[in-house]
Ligand binder design. Structure first.
Ligand code: HEM
Ligand SMILES: *[C@@H]1O[C@H](CO)[C@@H](O)[C@H](O)[C@H]1NC(C)=O
Ligand SMILES: *[C@@H]1O[C@H](CO)[C@@H](O)[C@H](O)[C@H]1NC(C)=O
Length: 357
């Protein structure tokens, strides 16, 4: 009896030790939260501030879209011509980098983020990447994106021409991503998953907030359906800003997305995302993990990914917009037919713009 009790006690003690090792957390100075690393503690207050006051209580609106775009424009500032990657240079050297053509309009989110940066103790590069990862968690269907902190502040601006333009050729785009971070051809497609929660203000300044797909506030696969619908370059491409007409009223398509959807090197990977939500979330998480630390040694950073909430699920299916069918698809992947999709019921509608926030 006594031996049995002792054995049971030892088993329980061993279990508790093992359990504590798995879940050991430090109490944060705020008296409320715990974290796996004390350095993550300061992010809780920043997270709440951003969610309430930048992202309008957890929306997936314009400020989230712009914050994600900013993670990219900061991180991609690296390569054989110099630049420190994800180092905050785009905001620290705002006067220089926002004057680059490809960064048009990015000053808006830099300036909206500034008061948050001033209120919290965090480097600029960490802040930009954290805000983007957090914002995306508000979008139904999104993956949980990782958060790392410890990036030093940039000491120099990135050079011009690191950010791809929508009128760049597929050759130029693939070469730029390879130069910036050894991104492979499929990884370039994975990065463009971001355009499922996106709109353009300046590609055609007469129609600000025009989305790239019909569901810009959902991290779904609809972008990969709608970029594949037939269409043509706007006539007189000289002087155009890289825009292709969309058969959907109220939608805009980037020439670069249009071409990546049709190029023999990228078309099958592009099509593979149609109605494949699992692959979409998995690949975007993987490629964002690579992008978010460009220019930094990941082993010297601290993983604070636990700060990111589980995004709401997306349980719907991809569809053809009302009035469209597989006959409207410009099939580009030779190896695999386009997936079978239902068509939305009802009359043909126009896609609403993303409201400014
Ligand atoms: C070939 C590469 C890319 C090109 C040419 C490109 C180009 C563009 C352009 C022209 C816009 C519209 C800007 C405006 O007029 O307001 C845009 C928006 C956006 N881009 Fe990209 N992009 C690329 C890759 C990426 C990547 C890798 C990400 C993130 C990982 C990203 C995230 C976004 C987001 C979220 C928006 C929407 C911003 C908003 O709605 O305000 N883009 N992109
Ligand atoms: C700000 O953060 C750094 C790095 O985590 C830390 O060393 C420093 O003590 C913090 N400063 C304040 C005022 O909390
Ligand atoms: C680039 O990526 C490939 C895999 O796509 C890998 O085999 C290679 O080692 C990488 N090169 C560098 C310099 O990191």
């Amino acid at each position: 009896m006594a031996f049995k009790a002792l054995a049971a006690f030892l088993t329980l003690a061993a279990f508790q030790v093992a359990n504590a090792a798995l879940t050991r957390r430090v109490a944060c100075p705020d008296g409320v939260n715990t974290a796996t690393n004390a350095a993550c503690c300061s992010l809780f207050a920043l997270r709440d501030d951003l969610q309430q006051n930048l992202f309008d209580n957890g929306q997936c609106g314009e400020d989230v879209h712009e914050s994600l775009r900013l993670t990219f424009h900061d991180a991609i500032g690296i390569g054989s011509n110099g630049g420190g990657g994800a180092d905050g240079s785009i905001a620290i050297f705002e006067d220089i980098e926002t004057a680059f053509h490809a960064n048009a309009g990015i000053d808006e989110i830099i300036n909206e983020q500034k008061p948050f940066l001033a209120r919290h103790n965090i480097t600029v590069g960490d802040f930009i990447q954290f805000a983007g990862a957090l914002g995306v968690s508000n979008c139904p269907g999104a993956p949980r994106l990782p958060v790392f902190i410890g990036r030093p502040n940039a000491v120099a601006p990135a050079p011009d021409k690191t950010v791809p333009e929508p009128f760049d050729s597929v050759d130029t785009i693939l070469a730029r991503f390879a130069d910036a971070g050894n991104f492979s051809t499929v990884e370039v497609v994975w990065l463009l998953i971001s355009h499922t929660i996106a709109a353009a203000d300046l590609v055609d300044p007469t129609i600000p907030g025009t989305p790239f797909d019909s569901t810009p506030e959902t991290f779904d696969t609809q972008f990969f359906v709608e970029t594949q619908l037939k269409g043509t370059l706007f006539p007189g491409t000289a002087g155009n800003q890289g825009e292709v007409e969309s058969p959907l009223q109220g939608e805009i398509r980037l020439q670069s997305d249009f071409e990546l959807a049709r190029d023999s090197r990228t078309a099958c990977e592009w099509q593979s995302f149609v109605n494949n939500q699992r692959k979409l979330t998995n690949r975007f998480q993987a490629v964002f993990t690579k992008m978010t630390v460009l220019g930094n040694d990941v082993n010297s950073l601290i993983d604070c990914s636990e700060l990111i909430p589980e995004p709401p699920a997306f349980t719907g299916s991809a569809t053809f917009p009302a009035g469209f069918s597989v006959n409207d698809v410009e099939q580009a992947c030779e190896a695999t037919p386009f997936p079978t999709l239902a068509t939305d019921p009802g009359p043909v509608t126009s896609v609403a713009p993303v409201p400014p926030s």
